[in-house]
Write a protein that binds this ligand. Structure first.
Ligand code: SP5
Ligand code: ZN
Length: 341
């Protein structure tokens, strides 16, 4: 399986997030990629491939132009204001306020975000662009005949909406990839999001469309971030009705409960008969994840990969979350190994 990655993610480092009321070093950190590279290298799941540059056009197919302009200039505007430390939003609009993009950078940060999980530093935009190129290179490889590929994107993407960053995500790599498959001739694409957190951004981007089926298995938003999307009754709207499926699970879920949801989601994917499958792979479902509450163990990821492989679909795996750095490598490598069997 070709593994696409780039050292450009290293620019997104030294950042912080607001967690439990405190500003702390970000859980979404560069060591995550280093550990994954080491594990997939040791297991010889490679070869490793560099991304090719695709520019912003494929990103702008799923993201608002004003949002992308903001991401590409935010650090410059933040530092022009005299601040030489990471940029973090701290103001948001309430319902009833106006959806205006203010001139002021603090206003912009609030306008284009839904939490204080997306910190911007000098190298963030370059890392984000590299992430999108990694996902798009994965699409190229599969469109050119590879049965599968692993897009080792960092930062992750599935919480990012068309015009909103959040949950460590800036550009929605999986959504950009799904749209690219369609633009390269696919009639239908399925996204299977197995990250611990609901992929609110991916759901939102495709919510009214029948050409992308989005299935999410995640912690019940009644208990867990992102709280305001990801409930079981969200089935899509308009022409997209019936093409979104959520499988919220309670805290403490192990592979017994989680695997039953995976089975149900795989049946939906198989019935949809897509031309390509995108797996939004978060391994924050792991029992020792520092910010999550599921109980999957490392061997479970082999089973997860094997079940997905049984679908027999061209499959692009896109990296999302997973914060137990000591185990992230083995858990990702197990998933890929399961997929290859
Ligand atoms: C891509 C991804 O996995 N993003 C996750 C963002 C989660 N941010 C909010 C987490 C809230 C966790 N609260 C419980 C803290 C336990 N100490
Ligand atoms: Zn997550």
């Amino acid at each position: 399986m070709q593994i696409i990655h780039s050292p450009r993610h290293l620019g997104h480092s030294g950042h912080v997030e607001l967690m439990n009321g405190r500003v702390v070093p970000a859980f979404e950190k560069p060591e995550r990629v280093a550990m994954i590279l080491r594990a997939v290298g040791e297991r010889q799941l490679g070869p490793f491939v560099d991304p090719t540059a695709h520019g912003l056009d494929p990103v702008l197919k799923v993201h608002d132009e004003a949002f992308i302009r903001f991401l590409s200039t935010a650090w410059q505007q933040w530092t022009a204001d005299g601040r030489d430390f990471p940029a973090l939003p701290s103001f948001w609009k309430a319902p009833g306020m106006r959806a205006i993009e203010p001139d002021n950078i603090d206003g912009k940060l609030g306008h284009f975000s839904f939490d204080a999980g997306c910190c911007i530093v000098a190298g963030t935009w370059d890392a984000v662009q590299a992430g999108a190129d990694i996902a798009l290179t994965g699409v190229d490889l599969i469109a050119d005949g590879q049965p599968n590929a692993f897009a080792l994107c960092r930062p992750p993407g599935h919480h990012a909406h068309a015009g909103t960053m959040g949950g460590y995500c800036f550009v929605n790599n999986a959504a950009v990839a799904a749209q690219s498959f369609l633009d390269r001739g696919a009639a239908r694409v399925a996204v299977l999001d197995v990250d611990y957190h609901h992929g609110n951004g991916t759901q939102s981007i495709f919510y009214d469309r029948p050409d992308v089926l989005v299935c999410n298995i995640h912690a019940d938003p009644m208990q867990e971030f992102p709280y305001f999307l990801g409930y079981a009754d969200e089935a899509g709207q308009g022409p997209g009705e019936g093409f979104n499926a959520n499988f919220p699970l309670p805290w403490g879920a192990d592979f017994e409960g989680w695997g039953a949801a995976l089975e149900a989601a795989c049946v939906l994917v198989a019935d949809y008969a897509p031309d390509a499958l995108i797996v939004s792979l978060g391994v924050d479902t792991y029992k020792d994840d520092p910010i999550s509450q599921f109980r999957l163990d490392s061997p479970d990821y082999l089973k997860m990969g094997a079940r997905i492989a049984k679908l027999g679909l061209p499959t692009l795996v896109v990296m999302e979350g997973g914060y137990a750095v000591e185990a992230i490598g083995i858990n990702v490598a197990n998933t890929l190994e399961g997929l290859l069997q």
